[in-house]
Design a protein. Structure first.
Lengths: 108, 531
């Protein structure tokens, strides 16, 4: 299957929404231009003949059981500095994290 | 020579022999920072002044109180006959992508500018346990996204100590600049596509990207979790060996930290070079990159000075008994950057979704009764352009309808890149190499603002370093001379999984054999001007 063409403005705006971002005009222009330049560079991958047997590598170095650390015991381990963690919360009240209302919507 | 210009090996020896105190070493490092660093990076800053342009600006946060407490502890241990650790009294800077308990840990981003880490990253904790003095947190590209250090939200950004009109490289630009200028003796950096080796090359220091899994990533703010490698920036192979020995090894907090015994890298330095098989590949002497205007791919040879520097290293190693194997094929090298554009963006987007203004970091001051609007405003106001670019790109290439053609294809190309290395390092194969010798970068340090903004051209600065990240293998960059403009040339050695001892051995042998060569006497401009 051929790789897709340039990213349209419509697709770009949809991505911005999904990514929970807001952009001004200058940012949008720059980011869409750069994304399309990167897509062009990525298209170089298309010329590589890929045998179906080639496995996708999610990792460079293989991790056989010999060098893979054993799993930890499944035990509850209380974090020792809970107050320090809560101290980093931008808005909190009596150890509760405060956020604006969570909007509810009907799924189509 | 000021104490801060001495090696970690020398400093630790002086402390152990009670010839100097850790406090004296710390004072020397802080004085150097005071003389050359200029004002630290800040979020809300005025324009860069002509005076700023003469300084290094490596640091975002200087933790002098923490370092002094550590120095006094080392001195107390020496006084009472306790072992203060292998790195006793050695000043270290930490790339501000690592959490250090009780200190701001910003990732060079506005979104974490107010974040104080409640815990300490494993490699930093191991440095502290070994008696190192944590001088502070050094600047970087925002979330490590860049190759020049110019994308940091903390301005002024670091400059190259050899010529402050040039970039220090990135993303560990503050690490390399601080070590090169004598501010810190060692620095802890990270390498995802070359972010230790490229700035090390640009600043004339040694930078080691260990094997993936050799050093724990616990406490490292993630960019691309399958590629990120913490590692040392130092002035010599010996110092890098000391630091790697300290920070490497399994960690119960990181399930990808390999259960492989840590070698005594200092002993590895003294091994014979005779009989080592060193490869040269034509695929690392030409670069492929898209024309900034037309986007058409073009290919050119690396600059003659780079070529000559590699040949010089090869000649020296030959003199020491190594065998040079020419024409080693690495056919998938050129695909490293396009595959990286996909894999790293997908992983970055995933990692950046956690920054939402809820649990820590920045939250928009705008009052709203809509959670989603709070997310959007927070992320819009506090992420710079480069994180935004990676989020959008990562989401696009991993979207259900494109994932097969982009993401899965890139992962398969990654297998091919890995196979290139497996072939040349196979002990039963045709090449049976111990290491591959290459230039580290396609150019020496470029001028400030010359490339920044062009995200594609900037990424191609990592063309010769990124294959090692895809394959997970170790690589080291070390200085091997200067170009006509007086900027350092970095040369790279790549090895097979967990062969850091071999790489350090080869670099140490090269350093020892060339110690009297005239170029070795040159000092960075910011240090020359102090005399």
């Amino acid at each position: 299957m051929p790789m897709s063409d340039a990213i349209s403005e419509e697709t770009f705006n949809h991505l911005v929404d999904l990514a929970a971002l807001e952009l001004n005009q200058a940012e949008s222009r720059y980011l869409l231009t750069e994304m399309n330049k990167q897509i062009k560079a990525i298209h170089e991958l298309q010329q590589i003949p890929l045998d179906e047997k080639i496995p996708p590598a999610r990792h460079g170095v293989p991790f056989p059981s010999l060098i893979c650390p054993p799993l930890r015991e499944d035990q509850v381990d209380t974090y020792p500095q809970v107050e320090a963690l809560l101290g980093e919360v931008p808005v909190a009240e009596e150890r509760y994290i405060i956020v604006p209302d969570i909007p509810h919507m009907e799924l189509e | 020579m000021a104490l801060c210009d001495r090696s970690a090996y020398e400093l630790a020896g002086l402390v152990h022999r009670r010839e100097v105190t850790a406090t004296e070493i710390l004072d020397s490092a802080l004085e150097r920072i005071n003389l050359v660093d200029g004002r630290p990076g800040r979020i809300d800053t005025s324009d860069v002044t002509p005076e700023d342009k003469q300084k290094i600006h490596a640091f975002i946060t200087i933790t002098s109180d923490l370092a002094r407490t550590q120095a006094e502890a080392v001195d107390r241990k020496i006084a009472t006959g306790e072992d203060p650790g292998e790195l006793a009294g050695v000043p270290v800077s930490i790339k501000d992508i690592f959490c250090v308990g009780g200190t701001p840990s910003t990732a060079g981003s506005k979104i974490l500018a107010n974040f104080t880490s409640p815990y300490t990253a494993t490699p930093v904790a191991r440095l502290e346990d070994a008696g190192a003095l944590i001088l502070g947190k050094v600047n970087l590209d925002e979330f490590t996204y860049g190759s020049s250090n110019e994308s940091s939200a903390f301005q002024p950004t670091p400059r190259n100590p050899w010529n402050t009109g040039h970039v220090p490289g990135g993303s560990s630009g503050g690490s390399a600049a601080s070590v090169s200028s004598g501010e810190s003796t060692l620095s802890l950096g990270t390498d995802t596509a070359g972010s230790i080796r490229q700035p090390a090359a640009f600043c004339g220091v040694v930078g080691l990207k260990p094997t993936y899994g050799r050093v724990s990533r616990y406490g490292l703010i993630a960019f691309a979790s399958s590629l990120d490698c913490p590692g040392p920036v130092a002035r010599t192979a010996r110092d890098a060996a000391m630091m790697l020995k300290t920070i490497a090894g399994p960690d119960r907090h990181d399930s990808t930290a390999a259960n492989v015994p840590v070698e005594d890298y200092l002993r590895s330095l003294e091994k014979e070079v005779k009989g080592r098989r060193i490869g040269l590949s034509p695929d690392y002497f030409r670069i492929t990159f898209p024309d900034p205007t037309s986007g058409a791919f073009q290919q050119q040879l690396v600059p003659v000075e780079m070529d000559q520097a590699v040949r010089h290293v090869a000649d020296v190693l030959t003199r020491l008994g190594a065998e040079i194997i020419e024409d080693v094929p690495m056919p998938n090298t050129r695909y490293g950057i396009p595959a990286y554009f996909v894999i790293s963006r997908v992983e970055a987007a995933s990692n950046l979704h956690r920054f939402d203004g809820v649990k820590y970091g920045y939250r928009t001051p705008e009052r709203t009764d809509d959670l989603r609007r709070m997310y959007r405003r927070t992320r819009a106001e506090a992420f710079g352009l480069q994180p935004k670019l990676r989020i959008l790109m990562g989401m696009y290439v991993s979207a259900a309808q494109y994932s097969e053609q982009y993401y899965m294809r890139a992962l398969k190309v990654r297998s091919l890149i890995r196979q290139d290395f497996e072939t040349i390092f196979d002990p039963e194969g045709k090449y049976r190499l111990d290491a591959l010798l290459t230039p580290t970068t396609p150019t020496t340090a470029f001028q400030m603002e010359a490339v920044y903004g062009d995200s594609v051209l900037m990424q191609y600065a990592d063309q010769l370093t990124v294959p090692a990240n895809h394959a997970g293998v170790p690589g080291i960059s070390f200085p091997a001379g200067f170009d006509a403009k007086g900027l350092p040339i970095g040369i790279q050695l790549l090895g097979f999984d967990f062969s850091e001892g071999v790489l350090l051995n080869l670099v140490h042998a090269f350093e020892t054999e060339t110690r009297l060569e005239p170029w070795r006497q040159d000092l960075p401009k910011v240090i020359r001007e102090l005399v």
